[in-house]
Write a protein that binds this ligand. Sequence first.
Ligand SMILES: Nc1ncnc2c1ncn2[C@@H]1O[C@H](COP(=O)(O)OP(=O)(O)OP(=O)(O)O)[C@@H](O)[C@H]1O
Ligand SMILES: Nc1ccn([C@H]2C[C@H](O)[C@@H](COP(=O)(O)O)O2)c(=O)n1
Length: 242
Amino acid sequence: MSLPSQQALSGMVVAIDGPSGSGKSSVSRGVAARLGLRYLDTGAQYRAMTYWMLQNKVDVGDPAAVAADAGTPVIVSGTDPAAPAIGVDGEDVAVQIREADVTGAVSAVAAVPEVRARLIALQREIIGGGGIVVEGRDIASVVAPAAGAKIFLTASQEARAARRNTENGGGAGGVAATREALTRRDSVDSRTNALAAAPGAVVVDATELTLEQVIEQVAGIVIHTAEGTAPDAASQGVGLTR
Ligand SMILES: Nc1ncnc2c1ncn2[C@@H]1O[C@H](COP(=O)(O)OP(=O)(O)OP(=O)(O)O)[C@@H](O)[C@H]1O
Ligand SMILES: Nc1ccn([C@H]2C[C@H](O)[C@@H](COP(=O)(O)O)O2)c(=O)n1
C-alpha cells in the first residue's frame, strides 16, 4: 500500500468509534503507526478521571459530587502510537486505569456532563490541527464531527468477549462472564452515547477479520479519503452510513 503525501495526511483527523472490545485501541494504534499519525485514546482519559475520583474518595455514584471535582485532576495524554501514555497529577496511571475498580465505575463517571465538557475540551485541544487518529464513543458525532475519515468499528459480542477473555488470560467465569460484563458496560454506555455509526461513518465489522486485516482495511479507507478517492463501500465489503 503506497502512502499519499505527508501533506495530505498531516491535517487529517481520523475518528474511530465503536463498542467495548471491538478493537478500537489496537486498530487505531496500528493505523496511526502505519500512516505516521498521532494517536489519542479518549477512553483512557475517562478512565484516568475515574481513577482520580476513586483515589480521592469521591462517591462516583453521586453525579453532583463527581461534577464538583471534574475540573480538578490534571490529565495528560501522550500521543505516540508506539508508547501511548496517560497521567493524572503527574502519576503514570497506564496500568491502574485498566483495573476492575476503574472499569466498574467509568461508565457512571463518563455520564456526568461536567466530566464530558472538560474532557471534550481537552480532546479538541490535543487534536489541534489534526494528523491524528482519535478513538472513543463520540468522536465522529461530538468531539470532531468534521473529521476527514470516520470509522465505526464493530464485531459480534461473541468475538469481542472471546478476544477480551484471551487478553485477560481467561479469568474467572471465562468467556461467558466476560461477555456479560461487556454487554452490561455497552448497555450503560449507550445511555450516554448512541453505540451506532455517525452519519458519514464507514462501518467496519471485524468479527471475521484478523487485527492485521482490520488495520489494512481502515488504513486503506484513510488513504483513499486523504487522496479524495474514497472507494465505494460495497467494493470494500463495508457499509457507509449517510
Ligand atoms: N480483529 C481482531 N482479531 C483478533 N483480536 C483482536 C482483533 N481486534 C482486536 N483484537 C484483540 O481484542 C482485544 C480488545 O481490543 P481493544 O482493546 O483494541 O478494543 P477496544 O475497542 O479498544 O476496547 P475498549 O473499548 O474496552 O477499550 C485485544 O486483546 C486485541 O488484541
Ligand atoms: N469518547 C469516549 C470514550 C470512552 N467513554 C467511556 C465509555 C467507556 O465505558 C469508558 C472507557 O472507555 P474504553 O477504555 O473502554 O474505551 O469511557 C466515553 O463515554 N466517551
